[in-house]
Design a protein. Structure first.
Lengths: 342, 307
C-alpha cells in the first residue's frame, strides 16, 4: 500500500516580537490509505501547528521554513493559494476541538452542511440537499430531514460535533484531520463519537490524523501513534509498539500518568516540570530536564531517531548501543499499569 | 465515617423558568452530605445538573426549594446568608469550569489572585500579599514572572491553574471544584489532582469535585454521587461504586470510560442506558439504601438479585 500523505522534515516557525518560535522541528511521518495516525502530546507541543501547516492555514506570522507535505504525489508546500483552496475541504478536511465555535449560529445545520457540498461539487440544490441528508444519516443524526432546518443551539454537544464531522466529510476527502474532536465532550458522548469515527473509516476508508492529549482515547482508534514533545516527534510506532513496548522516557511518563491505572493510595504519577519555551529551545534533548533517566549527553546533543523495528522508532540516547540498559519502569497488564521495581 | 458534616444538602431543587410553560428542573430533589476532610465526587453527563448543584450550594443561584447547611448554618436562607456572607466566602470557594470567562481580562494575574486577600483584609502589608501570591503560583506550578501578565496571554491549562490559585488564596475549608481539570493535559491533570490530594491530607481540605472524567474521579474521590437528569441516581463509596454499580445508568457510564490498553479496549463492550426500563408502572422510584452507605434511586423490586 502506498503512502497517501507524506510529511518530510517539516520545520515551522512563528515570528514574534521576542524572536523566532520554532513550533515544529524536523517532523516526518507517513499516512497510508484507510489508516488512523494519532498525534499525541501536551498543549503547546506543536501538534495543532503541525496539522495547520499541512493545510497551510497557519496564522500570518507562521511560516513553513522547510520540508515537504506530499499528498498523493503532489507537494502541497509549493501550491498556489488558489490551488490550495481546492485541496482544503476536498482532499483534506479538518474538524476542530470546539463544535460550538466552528458552527455558524445564525445558519441552520442543514444549510451549513449543504454549503460545503456546493462549494466543491457541481450539483443542483435538490441533489445537494439529498446528499446533505445522506451525510447527516451517515454521522448518526436521526430524523435528518426534520433536523435539517434546525439551528446549532438546538443541538447537543455531541450532535454538534456530528454535524461538524458531516461538514468535513461533505466532499469525500481523502484525509480527515481531527483536532481533539472529543475533548469538549463527556464520556458517553466521547465513546459515541469514537465509535462513529471508526465506523466511518470502515465504511468509506478515509485516512485520519487524530490529534489528542489523551492516551486512553487512542488505544482503540489508532493504528499508529506519534508522540510529540517540544515540536518534535520523539517516538512513533504502531499502537501496540507504543503501549506495550514504549522506549522513550516521555512516553513512559504519559502512560504512567493515566488515572485508570493508578495504584490506590498512591500519588498519581506526573511528569515534573513544564515543557520548554520554544523561543529558546534548550541545547540537547528538550526533555532532558524533566527526564529522570537523562544521560549526560542529553544535555548537549539532541538524540537522533533510533530505529527499533520496521514500524517503531524513538529519539532517545537510551537506545544508543553505548547507553546503559534501562528497563521501562512500567508495563501494561489488562488495562492497568504495573510499576516495575526500580 | 462518623465525621463532622461540613455541607448538608436536603431536597435541593433548582428550577429555571424559560417561559410561561417551560420549567427546566436542572436539579430535582437531591440530598447528600459531605463530611470533613472528604473529597466528594459528583459525576454525570453534560446537562445532568451537576454544575448547577454546585452553584446552588454556594448560593450563586437561589435554590427553588430545599435546604443547604454549611457547618449547621442554613445558608440557603437569604437572611442568614447575608449575615454570614463574609464568613462563608472566607471558608467556601469555587473553581469554575470556564477559566476564560471566570477571570477578569483587565486584571493581571497577580491582581486576580491578590483580590480575595485584599477583600478579606488578611494581610495588611503589600509585600506580605505579594509573597503569598508568589507562594500560590508556585503551588499550582506557575512561574512568578507571570504575575504582570493578563489572562489572554495564557493557555487554557495555565488559566485554570490561576483560577485554582485564586480559590486557594484564602485557604478555604471547603472548595467546590467544577470540572477543574477538564481543560488540562494529562500530565498537568495529574499535577492538579495530586495537589488536591496533598491539600486534603495536609490541610484537611474538604471538596466537592464535579467532573465527567470517571477515571480521575475514581482516583481522587472518597465517595461519588452519580447524577442523571437532575437526580442523584446512585451514591456510594468510590471503590464500592466502581466495583459494584447497581443502577443501569452508572453501569453505562462506567462502560464508556476509554481503556488505555489496545488489547483490552477491543474486548470491551459499551452498555447503553435507556430510562424506559424504569417505566414499569408498578411503584414510584425512591431513594434506597441497599447496602451500608450505598444508595440507589429506584424501587425495591428492581434491585433485588443485583446485590
Amino acid at each position: 500500500m502506498d503512502n497517501l500523505l507524506e510529511v518530510n522534515n517539516l520545520f515551522v516557525s512563528f515570528t514574534t516580537e521576542e524572536g523566532e518560535v520554532k513550533a515544529v522541528r524536523d517532523v516526518s511521518f507517513t499516512l497510508k490509505k484507510g489508516e488512523t495516525l494519532a498525534i499525541l502530546g501536551e498543549s503547546g507541543c506543536g501538534k495543532s501547528v503541525l496539522c495547520k501547516s499541512i493545510l497551510r492555514i497557519l496564522p500570518e506570522n507562521g511560516l513553513i521554513k522547510s520540508g515537504d507535505v506530499i499528498l498523493a504525489g503532489e507537494n502541497l508546500t509549493n501550491l498556489s493559494e488558489k490551488a490550495m483552496n481546492k485541496v482544503r475541504g476536498k482532499e483534506i478536511s479538518m474538524i476542530f476541538q470546539d463544535p460550538m465555535t466552528s458552527l455558524n449560529p445564525t445558519m441552520s445545520i442543514g444549510k451549513q452542511i449543504m454549503e460545503a457540498v456546493l462549494i466543491h461539487q457541481k450539483m443542483s440544490k435538490s441533489e445537494a440537499k439529498k446528499r446533505t441528508i445522506e451525510l447527516m444519516e451517515l454521522v448518526g443524526i436521526d430524523q435528518a430531514e426534520k433536523r435539517f432546518a434546525q439551528y446549532p443551539h438546538h443541538f447537543s454537544g455531541g450532535m454538534r460535533q456530528r454535524s461538524v464531522i458531516a461538514i468535513a466529510l461533505a466532499c469525500n476527502p481523502k484525509v480527515l484531520i481531527a483536532d481533539e474532536p472529543t475533548t469538549a465532550l463527556d464520556v458517553t458522548i466521547q465513546a459515541q463519537i469514537l465509535d462513529l469515527i471508526q465506523e466511518l473509516q470502515r465504511k468509506i476508508g478515509i485516512s485520519i490524523i487524530f490529534i489528542t492529549h489523551d492516551l486512553g482515547v487512542v488505544a482503540n482508534v489508532a493504528q499508529k501513534i506519534a508522540i510529540m514533545y517540544a515540536g518534535k516527534i520523539v517516538e512513533i510506532g504502531t499502537t501496540k509498539d507504543i503501549f506495550y513496548e514504549p522506549k522513550h522516557p516521555y512516553t513512559w511518563g504519559l502512560i504512567s500518568s493515566l488515572p485508570t491505572m493508578a495504584v490506590e493510595e498512591e500519588l498519581l504519577h506526573s511528569i515534573a516540570g513544564m515543557p520548554p519555551n520554544l523561543l529558546h529551545p534548550p541545547q540537547g534533548d528538550a526533555f532532558a530536564v524533566r527526564n529522570k533517566f537523562a544521560l549526560k549527553i542529553d544535555y548537549f546533543v539532541e538524540p537522533p531517531m533510533f530505529k527499533i523495528s520496521e514500524t517503531h522508532s524513538a529519539a532517545t540516547w537510551l537506545l544508543h548501543r553505548n547507553a546503559p540498559e534501562i528497563k521501562a519502569p512500567i508495563r501494561l497488564k489488562e488495562g492497568r499499569v504495573i510499576f516495575n521495581e526500580s | 465515617m462518623k465525621a463532622e458534616k461540613i455541607i448538608e444538602v436536603k431536597n435541593l431543587k433548582q428550577y429555571f423558568k424559560l417561559d410561561k410553560n417551560t420549567v427546566i428542573k436542572a436539579v430535582n430533589d437531591i440530598s447528600f452530605a459531605i463530611y470533613k476532610g472528604e473529597i466528594f465526587g459528583l459525576v454525570g453527563e453534560s446537562g445532568s445538573g451537576k454544575s448547577t448543584a454546585g452553584r446552588s450550594i454556594i448560593q450563586i443561584y437561589q435554590p427553588t426549594g430545599g435546604e443547604v447547611y454549611y457547618q449547621g448554618k442554613l445558608i440557603s436562607n437569604p437572611q442568614i446568608y447575608k449575615k454570614e456572607k463574609k464568613f462563608i466566602n472566607r471558608n467556601m470557594q469555587i473553581i469554575f469550569q470556564d477559566s476564560m470567562s471566570s477571570l477578569n481580562s483587565r486584571m493581571t494575574i497577580g491582581e486576580i489572585i491578590e483580590e480575595p486577600l485584599l477583600i478579606q483584609g488578611i494581610y495588611k502589608k503589600k509585600e506580605e500579599r505579594r509573597k503569598k501570591v508568589c507562594e500560590l503560583l508556585n503551588l499550582v506550578g506557575l512561574d512568578k514572572r507571570y504575575l504582570e501578565r493578563y489572562p489572554f496571554e495564557f493557555s487554557g491549562g495555565q488559566r485554570q491553574r490561576v483560577g485554582i490559585a485564586r480559590a486557594l488564596s484564602l485557604e478555604p475549608e471547603f472548595i467546590i471544584a467544577d470540572e477543574p481539570i477538564a481543560s488540562l493535559d494529562v500530565s498537568i491533570q495529574a499535577q492538579i489532582v495530586n495537589l488536591f490530594k496533598k491539600l486534603q491530607k495536609e490541610r484537611g481540605l474538604t471538596c466537592l469535585f464535579i467532573s465527567h472524567d470517571l477515571a480521575m474521579v475514581k482516583y481522587i474521590c472518597d465517595r461519588v454521587g452519580v447524577m442523571y437528569k437532575g437526580k442523584i441516581v446512585e451514591l456510594a463509596k468510590t471503590k464500592e461504586l466502581y466495583q459494584n454499580p447497581i443502577h443501569p445508568y452508572t453501569k453505562a457510564l462506567l462502560s464508556a470510560i476509554p481503556v488505555p490498553d489496545p488489547d483490552c479496549a477491543k474486548m470491551k463492550k459499551r452498555l447503553e442506558y435507556n430510562p424506559i426500563i424504569h417505566d414499569n408502572g408498578r411503584e414510584k422510584s425512591k431513594w434506597l439504601e441497599i447496602l451500608e452507605g450505598h444508595f440507589v434511586y429506584g424501587c425495591d423490586f428492581e434491585w433485588q438479585g443485583s446485590i
